[in-house]
Design a protein around this ligand. Structure first.
Ligand code: F6P
Length: 361
């Protein structure tokens, strides 16, 4: 193994820099191998100065830093790259051949792609046209198949739990129902884990469509027991039984739709029907920022080192993954076959129910 390149794609997540550092160090220490950094996701392959040498000096001090020193391109898809024309109009170009040629000319043993579902799908497509890739699973949503956890998730859960702790004190003072909207798209992991850790009274996740009556029942029960405040943690992707999810912006063939706004609907309904005062907090991108937790640094480092070792063993088209307490590699196609969702019959949901938390069903 002589030369690797690494890029970070899609939305950022705490722990990306820990991955970059571990890839560079493992490549140098174990294989005396050179590493190239690619700026702004796949776009870097066709941008001036987008590819540059990255050595252990270049990754010094980045372990505790959030974000990514390489930059990320949320919509940087080489198969449909957004191009703005001089007159301001927009069209989409298939640049995959240019990307392929650039990668080929760099004589890479492998391209390490650190990304979530969307970025790893692009990696898989590139692998199918002959690009040597290896993936590292990243997302605060924890929705990538084949791995028990992706890095970034734990930090997001800690941030969301802190928010719930803070909402508790002010909710109690003012006898209010506080509704906290959390990220996660179609997966309720952040909301479920933080909801349990932060003592929420109601947890609403996409995997369990809810009924307003069930939420009101819980709020009223608490009032009748002398608890004049309640905390509701709601996933951005949660929905009322039989109804659609709530979007801030509809998607199209290129852009994903943006979820958001369900918390306002929940708060308005409860205020009206339960006759309580409600307030909404949408935690948003705070969940993606800041220094990674020790767990995320540890996981990111293990996943990254394993990805490099996989290339050393000649394994390509795969992704490193955490299964139980072991880091393994699995085919990218297997990881991407089925997105991961909360198991509604699993022990975490059962635990929430055992504690008397309402799941809204
Ligand atoms: O997938 C990660 C995530 O943070 C989701 O939880 C959220 O819905 C989305 O990205 C937000 O994306 P953007 O950065 O485009 O606002």
């Amino acid at each position: 193994m002589k030369r690797l390149a690494i890029l970070t794609g899609g939305g950022d997540a705490p722990g990306l820099n820990a991955v970059i550092r571990a890839v560079v160090k493992t490549a140098e220490n174990e294989y005396n191998c050179e590493v190239l950094g690619v700026r702004n996701g796949f776009d870097g392959f066709i941008q001036d100065g987008g590819v540059f040498p990255l050595d252990s000096k270049g990754v010094r001090g980045i372990l505790p830093r959030g974000g990514t020193i390489l930059g990320a391109a949320n919509r940087g898809n080489p198969f449909a790259l957004k191009v703005v024309d001089p007159d301001g109009s927009v069209h989409y170009e298939d640049t995959s051949q240019r990307v392929y040629e650039r990668i080929h000319s760099l004589r890479l043993d492998a391209l390490v792609v650190v990304g979530g579902d969307g970025t790893l799908h692009i990696a898989q497509e590139l692998h199918e046209i002959g690009v040597p890739v290896v993936g590292v699973p990243k997302t605060i949503d924890n929705d990538i198949g084949g791995t028990d956890f992706s890095f970034g998730f734990d930090t997001a859960v800690v941030t969301a739990t802190e928010a719930l702790d803070k909402l508790h004190t002010t909710a109690e003072s003012h006898h209010r129902v506080m509704v906290l909207e959390l990220m996660g798209r179609d997966a309720g992991f952040i909301t479920l884990y933080a909801g349990i850790a932060g003592g929420a009274d109601v947890i609403l996740i996409p995997e369990i469509p809810f009924r307003y009556e069930a939420i009101c029942k819980k709020v009223n029960e608490r009032v009748s027991r002398g608890s004049f405040f309640s905390i509701i943690a709601v996933s951005e992707g949660a929905s009322v039984q039989g109804q659609e999810q709530v979007f801030l912006r509809e998607g199209d063939s290129i852009h994903q739709s943006r979820l958001g706004g369900i918390s306002h609907q929940v708060a308005e309904y409860i205020a009206r029907v339960c006759d309580v005062e409600t307030r909404v907090t949408i935690l948003g991108h705070l969940q993606r920022g800041g220094s990674p937790t020790a767990f995320d640094r540890w996981l990111a480092t293990r996943l990254a080192a394993e990805a490099v070792r996989a290339v050393g063993r000649g394994e390509l088209g795969c992704m490193s993954a955490l299964q139980g307490n072991k880091v393994v590699t699995i085919p990218l196609s297997e990881a991407l076959a089925t997105p991961k969702r909360v198991n509604v019959l699993g022990d975490t949901v059962l635990t929430a129910r055992s504690l008397g938390i309402s799941l809204g069903d």
